[in-house]
Write a protein that binds this ligand. Structure first.
Ligand SMILES: [Zn+2]
Length: 456
């Protein structure tokens, strides 16, 4: 219900003073190695004559992949001698361990010994069809048993003089670094989907930029995003996407970049090129934007009591059931139902700030609950005085309603990388910074003359 013109106007424009915000992860040697390989490739591209670079720009693939041979493979050594003979069987529907033991010609005593001596043997009582079991049998006795739990981990039971001993083999997936881009036509979600970016990556992007970008109101056609990320492979097959290493979101010509960095204390987070944390005290849009498929039209929403109640918040039209997040960490000071508000939640953040969430389909929290930023506190609905499903969101500072769209720019600045660590940070992100810039030029997002090489 946008009745306040001031709110409406402000909602459409980014404040020029707007600054950055972030999220965490651990450092990996092989990532660094893979990165350096990639940088070498990028440098090579840069050294190509202008004509070739021109040709590259038009033929840029959406997803640039590093050949697996350039990336180190990591394998945990098998604890058992490789010469051991294993019989591998697949679990069939309706199979039980005793059936399988029977089939393998093993005695009930072996099974008994296994399940009574090994604690983790309960994993064997929940066998699923298709799961693989490998038997090492010698002298008509079970010597060892392997259970493949998933693509990553295998449980191994080995006979010892004191009964069966359990160990777990975890395979380290192979990490490949990828870079991809997406151009926005209606929403980030749609764009990422069109560019075949994994859904998980889209959510991570939203997490990283959630403090500087409102993915409902700020997104415009012509925006674009570039992501440098890891993909995990097992046996040459894609397993899942890994971490985002760096990303750039260009919103109406304004670039926001974020780099993953682990500081000397071992904490990993995303930072701007200037070293400011991407994680802000408050989210720009306190709801899961990905369900909002088309660009939101503020005119679509009309307040029920337009002339009676002054509108003091902002409305996000979203499908019923869309998760609503706590904008910042805090404590639930009220959660309940009234005829006007419908299901509502109020959250106190420190002594100065309160955020309010109205017309929820359901509340997920109760009065007194502590909440983290981005914790689900309820789901979008149309309870109370609401014409359709939407989230009505209010932001109060010292008891006074403020425009949620602009107040966050006036709040205290986010944490920065310490002055002593800044040089290390700049050095650490230089390669990733170069990759983003190079890719932006190749993809035609940026002209070579305006692209900056190196950080800061
Ligand atoms: Zn409203």
């Amino acid at each position: 219900m946008l009745t306040n013109n001031k709110v409406k106007t402000n909602a459409m424009y980014l404040e020029p003073s707007e600054k950055w915000s972030a999220v965490p992860h651990p450092p990996k040697k092989h990532v660094v190695m893979a990165l350096s390989t990639f940088i070498a490739v990028v440098l090579l591209l840069l050294l190509l004559p202008g004509e070739k670079a021109e040709a590259k720009r038009t033929a840029i693939p959406l997803s640039l992949e590093i050949s697996p041979t350039e990336v180190e493979r990591y394998r945990v050594d098998e604890p058992l001698a490789p010469s051991i003979h294993w019989d591998t069987i697949a679990v069939e529907p309706g199979d039980s361990l005793s059936h399988i033991f029977n089939r393998m010609g093993l005695r009930a005593a072996d099974l008994h010994e296994l399940v009574t001596s090994a604690k983790q043997a309960k994993a064997l009582s929940r066998l699923l069809p298709g799961q693989e079991l490998s038997f090492h049998i010698a002298n008509n006795k079970l010597q060892a048993l392997k259970l493949q739990q998933d693509k990553i981990s295998t449980l191994v039971f080995e006979r010892t003089p004191d009964g069966f001993k359990t160990s777990e083999i975890s395979r380290e997936p192979e990490v490949r670094i990828k870079i991809a881009s997406a151009s926005i036509t209606s929403s980030l979600y749609k764009a990422a989907e069109d560019a075949n970016l994994p859904q998980r990556l889209i959510m991570d992007l939203a997490n990283i930029f959630g403090g500087v970008m409102d993915f409902v109101y700020d997104v415009r056609a012509g925006d674009h995003v570039i992501v440098l990320y890891e993909e995990l492979y097992i046996d040459g097959e894609r397993y899942r996407s890994g971490d985002i290493l760096a990303a750039e979101y260009v919103n109406r010509g304004r670039s926001y970049q974020a780099f993953r960095y682990t500081n000397t204390l071992g904490n990993t987070a995303y930072y701007s090129p200037e070293g400011e944390s991407m994680q802000k005290a408050f989210l720009r849009a306190p709801l899961e934007f990905s369900r909002i498929s088309s660009h939101f039209d503020p005119k679509r929403l009309h307040p029920v009591f337009k002339t009676i109640r002054p509108h003091r918040g902002i409305d996000y039209a979203a499908p019923r059931g869309t998760p609503v997040y706590a904008a910042g960490e805090g404590r639930v000071i009220e959660a309940g139902y009234t005829r006007a508000n419908g299901n509502y939640v109020f959250v106190q953040h420190g002594p100065q700030y309160i955020t309010k969430y109205l017309h929820l389909d359901r509340n997920a929290v109760r009065k007194g609950n502590r909440v983290d930023q981005r914790q689900v506190i309820g789901w979008v609905g149309s309870t109370g005085y609401a014409t359709g499903p939407h989230l009505h969101y209010e932001f109060l500072m010292n008891g006074v309603h403020r425009n949620p769209r602009t107040i966050v720019d006036k709040l205290p600045k986010a944490k920065k990388i310490t002055a002593t660590e800044m040089a290390m940070y700049t050095k650490a992100i230089r390669g990733m910074h170069l990759q983003l810039s190079t890719y932006a030029v190749q993809a035609g997002f940026r002209s070579p003359s305006t692209s900056r090489v190196g950080a800061g």
